[in-house]
Write a protein that binds this ligand. Structure first.
Ligand code: GMT
Length: 376
């Protein structure tokens, strides 16, 4: 198949899922064309069936806002026409779904029928998408896509509740490539900052308000009173400066280190003891799955799709959003030497269900369903 993938190029979950999906599809012999405004962060391999097309936006003194969606739509029309794509798969509805639906309509006028698959990732529905400034456009593009998937049952339910949807939505969960996590042998960060008795805690995110990162620091401070431990904060974003100053006021900077964005998160997760994700909203929680694939148990909030991923009391715990007291109690239980090993084993076992080899066929089925006239 010849597949066009539209996504954000950043380290955010939807961009990571889109890129890993495209890489895997190309390994299976499909031709994949990524379309975005920059090269996707995890697009680190190149082969003769993997392409990247950059969208450049025409600026003009009249424009206060460069018209990205128009440029994206035009680029899509060009790529579908000249590369003879069998389908367009968009990740994160805003603005990708409406651009793809418009491109589809334009292509129809010249006799090309290209199916559009929209994958909803989270804030495109739960936060930004439901805002009146986006809602009618998102609603329309979901209804006019040829297939729509959501990354959890919770996100599907919220989509149906919030919008006027006249079609089915499939649930296709996030995934990891388990091989990548099992081949790591050393965590240089752990070696550098921890002594033998230290437990290592990790948090990864894009440092937005919705992640409630202050809860990570507050839970860590509570654990620290009972157990020797260190915390590594991975990622970057608008809240980072605030969180760094909160950390400085609450604990020693030798105990918490902020390492910024890392492309190979598995090397930092390896041999860690606990992952914290106390988000306000989290449609799936890819970062928690990545931790579990590294045999790291998780303590998270019960937001969105997290309770679907984590088996309570086995691979970790989900606690009420904002309940830092409960999160620290559950963390201490997992960190206790008598429990730690079994939680780690269960986390890894759970993650194996989400291996790309199990999830890729679900996307392939969606593709086959929407390609009516067979592949070109
Ligand atoms: O978490 C973010 O703000 C990034 C966002 C994205 O689209 O890049 O992540 C969302 O999509 C991920 C991949 O499907 C999910 O694992 C995250 O749970 C989801 N984030 C939220 O719902 C807040």
């Amino acid at each position: 198949m010849k597949i066009g993938i539209l996504c954000y190029p950043t380290f955010g979950g939807s961009g990571v899922v889109a890129t890993e999906l495209g890489k895997s599809l190309s390994e299976k012999g499909n031709t994949v064309h990524f379309i975005s405004y920059a090269q996707p962060a995890r697009l680190n391999v190149f082969s003769d069936n993997l392409f990247y097309h950059e969208v450049s936006v025409k600026n003009y003194p009249l424009f206060d806002f460069p018209p990205y969606e128009t440029s994206l739509t035009s680029k899509l029309v060009e790529i579908v026409k000249f590369e003879k794509l069998d389908l367009i798969h968009v990740h994160y509805a805003i603005p990708h779904a409406s651009a793809a639906v418009l491109a589809k309509q334009i292509l129809k006028t010249i006799g090309i029928d290209v199916p559009v698959i929209t994958t909803l990732h989270g804030t495109d529905i739960t936060l930004v998408g439901k805002d009146p400034s986006c809602k009618p456009v998102i609603n329309h593009s979901i209804n006019l896509s040829d297939a729509v998937s959501a990354v959890s049952r919770s996100l599907k339910d919220e989509t149906l509740k919030t919008f006027d949807i006249k079609r089915d939505i499939d649930v296709v969960p996030n995934f990891i490539d388990i091989k990548k996590y099992t081949s790591v042998k050393k965590n240089n960060y752990r070696a550098k900052i921890c002594d033998e008795r230290d437990k290592l805690l990790i948090h990864t995110s894009n440092f937005r308000k919705v992640k409630r990162i202050q809860d990570v620091i507050n839970v860590f401070c509570k654990i620290k009173k009972k157990k020797k431990c260190k915390l590594i904060m991975i990622g970057d974003g608008p809240e980072r400066a605030n969180i760094e100053s909160l950390t400085r006021s609450l604990c020693s900077l030798r105990d918490v280190i902020f390492i910024g964005k890392v492309p190979d998160v598995e090397n930092v997760l390896f041999n860690a003891d606990l992952f914290l994700l106390p988000s306000e909203k989290e449609s799936f929680g890819l970062s928690a799955l990545e931790a579990m694939a590294s045999s790291v148990p998780v303590v998270t909030s019960n937001a969105g799709g997290l309770p679907e991923l984590i088996e309570q009391g086995k691979s970790g715990y989900v606690c009420d959003v904002g309940d830092v007291e409960d999160m620290s109690i559950k963390s201490l239980e997992i960190l206790d030497d008598s429990n730690s090993k079994i939680f780690k084993e269960n986390a890894f076992k759970r993650a194996k269900n989400y291996d790309i080899e199990n999830v890729l066929p679900e996307y392939m089925n969606l593709y086959k369903r929407v390609i009516k006239g067979g592949v070109k």
